[in-house]
Write a protein that binds this ligand. Structure first.
Ligand code: HEM
Length: 166
């Protein structure tokens, strides 16, 4: 980026052109934002891209060298593979290797959001049914012992009364 600075001296104005190295900011503006659809096209043993922690990696050159085999890597394409990657407990060395294969960031707006699943109307109905079922079970558990106590007392009372009459 070039900046122009004007300096006024007695008779005239001097323009100084300064080249400003914007380095980092220009580099970040070049970060590729990739959609899930775009990334999902690379889902084979000859072309394999993974989404891990919001970043996209073209790990095709590493497929044959992966200690866990190439099959697991291809299976982890077309989705957020962060969980698959973390579940294995990869070493720091494995994590550092990722940078070699970085191609861009995933556009999170193209990813299915977690917890977005809504129960279909019918199943939510049955859900509420099962809820009331469990609460009525609790009621039975509470009332049944009381009923048995009342019954036992009634039997005892009448048995005693019969004895007195005899
Ligand atoms: C998300 C997909 C991935 C899955 C499911 C996966 C699975 C595995 C499995 C099962 C192992 C253990 C192999 C064994 O001990 O027999 C392993 C090891 C390894 N993986 Fe992956 N992996 C994945 C992605 C990657 C990526 C992207 C890299 C690096 C670019 C990588 C690098 C390594 C390394 C270096 C090891 C050796 C052990 C270690 O240093 O952690 N893996 N992987």
């Amino acid at each position: 980026m070039t900046a122009r600075i004007s300096v006024k001296t007695g008779c005239c104005t001097h323009f100084i052109f300064v080249v400003v190295a914007s380095g980092r900011s220009e580099m970040t503006s070049e970060t590729k934002l990739l959609s899930l659809e775009e990334v999902s096209k690379h889902d084979s043993k000859t072309d394999c891209w993974l989404i891990i922690s919001g970043k996209v990696y073209d790990i095709t050159p590493f497929l044959d060298d992966h200690p866990g085999g190439d099959e697991v890597l291809v299976l982890a394409t077309k989705k957020d593979a962060t969980e698959d990657f973390e579940d294995v407990g990869h070493s720091q060395n494995a994590r550092n290797m990722l940078t070699d294969y970085y191609v861009g960031d995933i556009d999170i707006n193209t990813m299915p959001q977690k917890g977005q699943y809504k129960k279909p109307a019918s199943s939510s109905g049955s859900g509420s049914k099962s809820g009331s079922g469990s609460s009525s079970n609790t009621m039975v558990m509470l009332v049944l012992p009381i009923l048995m106590l009342v019954l036992a007392y009634g039997l005892y009372y009448f048995a005693k009364k019969d004895k007195v009459i005899d």
